[in-house]
Design a protein around this ligand. Structure first.
Ligand code: GCW
Length: 691
């Protein structure tokens, strides 16, 4: 091994003291605030890695790689942090060990992987070891680089790598619900990182770090503003600032999208506090999609956007839902409304994402979960090719637990994006440790019309565009997500979006290894706790499938009384909502297999029982206990799981730096307190019906 410089000597000496061959951990880990996320690049030691130091010390990046700058920067950061080496970056090949980053647009094999796909391979040439990262595109080389860094971070052997990767989904998006004033709707981690009134160097640096984190997990598209869209985002002054952000994101292969307010062509509202929902930024008397002046207005606006941001992705629109304007205000349909914008975006390769989350005030159907399918299923085949329908995972609204939306599998000719929520609106905000990957996997594994949702959104042959969107949990808190463990949800979302078939444990293990420097048994304990956290949370706040148990404003505190009748019924006989053939009939929106399954109380999965059925208190579940007994047992298990979390976290005290240890500990204490209150309130509420 050639020792390169003083810095490396110091690094190696430090390693010796820490004990090579194991995870490098200092006696008292230095404080960390979580800002670096899973890209901490903490020192790693061990023979396996040291063997490759020479290879990693010399890096060749082929010319004409537009992303060469960010690749080199990341490798320097990563390798100096983990191995104490400062690699030399070369533009020409020499007959030595090298890490070679090569773009080969002509290679048939690489072309099949697309511009984002890549291969990583180790080759032994005489005495030299060479690691190749190859791709047909600049983006694939960025992803390949992050993958190699991950292998080092997680201490994988490098001597015989043979990796071929290609994303399964085309658009892997984050949706920010960020407002122009810096607030974040349903955000629990500070203000927006998109500081439109103050795009200073520091703020742009933060946006760059955000881009690095996203690129490391494969996210390639972001909607910067809230779907409850303030029309001013499309004003020229904002667009110019957005163009600056686009310049920061571009090298990381991230395209910008914007939420557009459908009433944008109207004049500004005279009452600015309601500007979101009334008025626009134009001067027209209407926003009717069939009006020529309206179409002209949008065309000019779109041309202006593409002049500033040539790779702009397109619009996301929430129309005629929860008071937002839309084509129905002018007697036009969703199809007319969406296709008008899509045709204007189409010449620029833009796409139009139309949300299927519709809760219209004029809806006459008392069971609100039926509305989305009822409005959109009949429209299958009528949307233009660059229109995408974005459908929330469940029919109700990002509940801790609800059945998958019946539109998945029911649309043959319509592009479909799944919308997941990473921010924990109904899942304990950034106070509860709830790991969402198991919930998303449960959703993706569901089958409707003989197709797994994971495949409907990734492999469907009849549509051209596939995608997934996650409502971001990112803010300007030091640690980005409020709770250190909420970072895992951002991380897991990206990895699942890249490959929805990936196993959760491998994602979680990677995240744990990169985020903390624990011994293997510590990792294992946390992995088990994280994996079961979703179900334990559901046992408390959506027990046996009873949705919407929290207050109507914050969606955090227990407020059962206010939620009865609208979302479920309760009386001395039982509890739940009858959505079977004898009730609202919602179950019939699924394919025949699921319809039968859900309609029958004996076969309905118990986790959805109270969502589909009104159930007698004395009804016995599969474990032989009554419904009431099961509810109470679930509450207790939920509380016990927080005690276990507290105990486990305490047992890892010496392995975690003090700052993160304490911050997580404080969250756990608050979680316990709030969960206990929730339980007492819930039990008390049930008792009022059981006297
Ligand atoms: O769940 C509801 C949220 C709203 C949100 C809406 C939506 C952005 O409570 O805050 O608005 O869903 O998804 O449009």
């Amino acid at each position: 091994m050639i020792i390169k410089n003083l810095r490396q000597i110091l690094f190696l000496t430090a390693m010796l003291f820490m004990g090579a061959g194991t995870i490098a951990r200092q006696k008292t880990p230095t404080n960390e605030n979580g800002y670096k996320l899973w890209l901490r690049y903490a020192p790693v030691a061990g023979k396996k890695i040291q063997e490759h130091e020479e290879t990693l010390s010399n890096i060749f990046i082929s010319s004409h790689v537009s992303t060469a700058g960010v690749i080199a920067e990341e490798l320097k950061k990563g390798l100096s942090g983990m191995l104490g080496i400062t690699p030399a970056i070369h533009q020409s090949k020499k007959d030595r060990s090298y890490l070679r980053i090569v773009k080969q647009p002509g290679s048939e094999h690489l072309k099949n992987l697309g511009k984002e796909g890549y291969t990583i391979k180790t080759i032994q040439q005489k005495n030299n070891k060479i690691i190749f990262i190859k791709s047909a595109g600049d983006a694939g080389l960025v992803y390949g680089t992050f993958h190699l860094l991950r292998l080092i971070q997680t201490q994988q052997p490098l001597h015989n790598i043979h990796i071929t990767e290609k994303p399964q989904i085309i658009f892997r998006m984050l949706n920010h619900w960020d407002n122009l004033d810096g607030s974040v709707e349903r955000g629990y981690s500070g203000a927006s990182i998109f500081t439109w009134n103050d795009l200073t160097k520091d703020n742009l640096q933060r946006i760059k770090d955000y881009a690095r984190a996203n690129a490391s997990i494969g996210i390639n598209a972001v909607v910067l503003n809230n779907v409850n869209a303030d029309p001013r985002i499309l004003r020229n002054d904002y667009l110019q600032k957005i163009a600056r952000v686009a310049d920061v994101l571009r090298p990381y292969n991230i395209r910008i999208f914007l939420s557009a307010n459908y009433a944008s062509p109207l004049p500004p509202s005279s009452t600015p506090d309601v500007i979101k929902k009334q008025g626009g930024i134009g001067n027209l008397a209407t926003a009717d999609p069939l009006n020529e002046q309206v179409q002209q207005w949008w065309k000019q606006k779109v041309d202006e956007i593409y002049r500033l941001i040539p790779d702009f992705g397109g619009f996301l629109v929430k129309a005629n839902s929860e008071g937002m304007p839309g084509p129905q205000d002018y007697g036009r349909s969703h199809v007319e409304g969406a296709n008008m914008l899509a045709r204007i975006l189409q010449p620029h390769n833009g796409i139009l994402i139309w949300r299927a989350f519709v809760y219209a005030h004029n809806n006459k159907e008392p069971d609100r979960v039926k509305q989305s399918y009822a409005e959109f299923q009949p429209l299958d085949g009528q949307f233009d090719q660059n229109v995408i329908l974005q459908v929330k995972n469940g029919p109700l609204d990002f509940q801790p637990l609800e059945p998958p939306h019946p539109l998945f599998g029911a649309l043959e000719k319509t592009n479909l994006f799944a919308e997941l929520q990473i921010t924990q609106e109904y899942l304990g905000h950034s106070t509860y440790l709830v790991y969402l990957a198991p919930m998303w996997k449960d959703f993706l594994n569901f089958e409707n019309h003989q197709q797994k949702i994971a495949h409907i959104i990734s492999k469907k042959k009849t549509v051209r565009i596939t995608g997934i969107a996650g409502v971001a949990n990112i803010g300007d808190d030091e640690n980005w997500t409020g709770h250190h463990f909420a970072q895992a949800n951002w991380y897991a979302y990206g990895r699942i979006a890249w490959n929805p078939d990936l196993l959760i444990d491998s994602i979680t293990n990677d995240w744990l290894k990169m985020t903390f420097s624990l011994d293997p048994s510590g990792n294992k304990k946390l992995l088990n706790i994280m994996n079961s956290s979703w179900m334990h949370f559901a046992d408390l706040q959506t027990p046996i499938g009873l949705p919407v148990t929290t207050d109507p404003g914050m969606h955090y505190y227990p407020a059962l009384k206010q939620r009865t009748n609208m979302y479920w019924k309760i009386n001395a006989k039982g509890i739940g909502y009858d959505r079977t053939a004898s009730g609202s009939g919602y179950a019939s929106q699924y394919d025949a297999v699921n319809e039968r399954l859900f309609n029958n109380i004996q076969t309905c999965p118990e986790k959805y029982l109270l969502f589909f059925h009104f159930v007698d208190w004395n009804y016995r579940l599969q474990n032989g206990k009554t419904l009431l007994e099961n509810l109470l047992q679930g509450f207790q298990q939920s509380i016990n799981s927080i005690d276990r979390l507290k105990f486990t976290w305490h047992s890892l005290k010496d392995q975690v730096d003090e700052q993160r240890y304490k911050e997580v500990q404080q969250k756990i204490d608050l979680q316990k307190k709030d969960a206990l209150e929730f339980k007492y309130y819930f039990v008390g509420f049930l008792h009022t019906f059981l006297q």
